[in-house]
Design a protein around this ligand. Structure first.
Ligand SMILES: *[C@@H]1O[C@H](CO)[C@@H](O)[C@H](O)[C@H]1NC(C)=O
Ligand SMILES: *[C@@H]1O[C@H](CO)[C@@H](O)[C@H](O)[C@H]1NC(C)=O
Length: 316
């Protein structure tokens, strides 16, 4: 028994020696091959150290966040699980828990991290969408905005029924409509302002801000109430025209749905239409992406001196 074990070890030793000498006497690689190897090695090393830096950065961010009682959600755990696989792209932190806060506008505006936040307790609607899960964006100076619409890749279908617009659809991390009922509930708590951001095919970005933004209840067809456009806006006003109009969905007229209309053909804007339309027909085909954002108006110090005139906002 002992003899055969010794023999086995001897055999292994011989095989190993043979292999080592074989490697040593292998035909030397061409200069080209050697250089390629070097480049490849350098690349791999670079990739590894990049990932390392990214991971460390994420760890620092999550530590900073935990200081201010923001806890990263699942994406950090996924990130930790993926860290040994350099070929997999790491996810950025996107989802944060904020059980002690109620709205994007309450987030610390020193931190300024855009992403999906979960406030308070989940409050699910009939489509299992959560009123307290919101995409927050630090789009301007001051408090964060709640994004209520985003349209980028044109993959999400915006030609939707009344019920779908009421409940909301799409993914908060890509293209979506937050939902008329949710929006109505948010903007009825406070005076809200609206910001619209557009990007054209040449990647030129413009924005427009409205001092008042309100959506009436469902029994009033989510009628739009909009205030005066900020003079500093970098695009023309294409929404005031729709002030006081009812929301319309594909059940009403599939050709112009997802916006506030009296008569379809006279629309001046529709960010939820077949194409993203804003302003006159000369420009409308140029718009590639859009975003609609809201926040309580009292938080924007620039506008607090402007008094909301209910009559003029309704166009009486
Ligand atoms: C427009 O911009 C100017 C200069 O930044 C500022 O002083 C003014 O308050 C702004 N107006 C409004 C309505 O925000
Ligand atoms: C939108 O949906 C409605 C109802 O489902 C349909 O009749 C209409 O043709 C659709 N419009 C477009 C542009 O797809």
């Amino acid at each position: 028994m002992r003899l055969s074990t010794a023999l086995l070890f001897a055999l292994i030793a011989i095989v190993l020696t043979l292999e080592a000498s074989g490697a040593a006497t292998a035909k030397p690689r061409s200069l080209m091959e050697q250089q390629l190897m070097l480049v490849r090695n350098a690349q791999e090393q670079q990739q590894r150290s990049l990932l390392n830096v990214e991971f460390k950065l994420n760890r620092v961010i999550s530590k900073l966040l935990s200081f201010t009682h923001i806890r990263p959600g699942d994406s950090l755990r996924e990130l930790a699980a993926n860290i040994n696989l350099p070929t997999k792209t790491t996810k950025i932190l996107k989802e944060y828990l904020q059980p002690a806060k109620a709205d994007c506008a309450e987030l610390d505006d020193q931190q300024r991290v855009d992403g999906v936040y979960k406030f308070l307790e989940p409050e699910l609607n009939e489509k299992q969408r959560d009123l307290n899960e919101r995409y927050c964006a630090f789009a301007t100076t001051g408090a964060a905005w709640t994004v209520i619409q985003r349209r980028t890749e044109q993959l999400e279908n915006f030609n939707r029924s009344w019920d779908e617009y009421r409940s909301g659809f799409g993914s908060l991390e890509s293209d979506f409509w937050f939902g008329n009922e949710f929006i109505h509930r948010l903007v009825y708590r406070d005076d809200y302002e609206l910001r619209i951001e557009l990007q054209d095919q040449l990647d030129v970005k413009v924005w427009a801000e409205y001092a008042i933004f309100r959506l009436d209840s469902e029994s009033f067809n989510y009628q739009l109430v909009i205030g005066k456009m900020d003079d500093n806006s970098s695009t023309s006003d294409a929404l005031s025209y729709h002030n006081g109009m009812d929301f319309r969905s594909s059940d009403w007229d599939g050709g112009c749905s997802g916006w506030w209309f009296d008569r379809c053909l006279e629309a001046q804007s529709n960010l939820n239409g077949q194409r993203i339309i804003w302003g006159n027909s000369r420009n409308e085909y140029l718009i590639k992406t859009s975003r609609m954002l809201i926040r309580p108006r009292s938080l924007n110090s620039l506008n607090t001196d402007e008094v909301y005139d209910e009559d003029s906002a309704y166009g009486f």
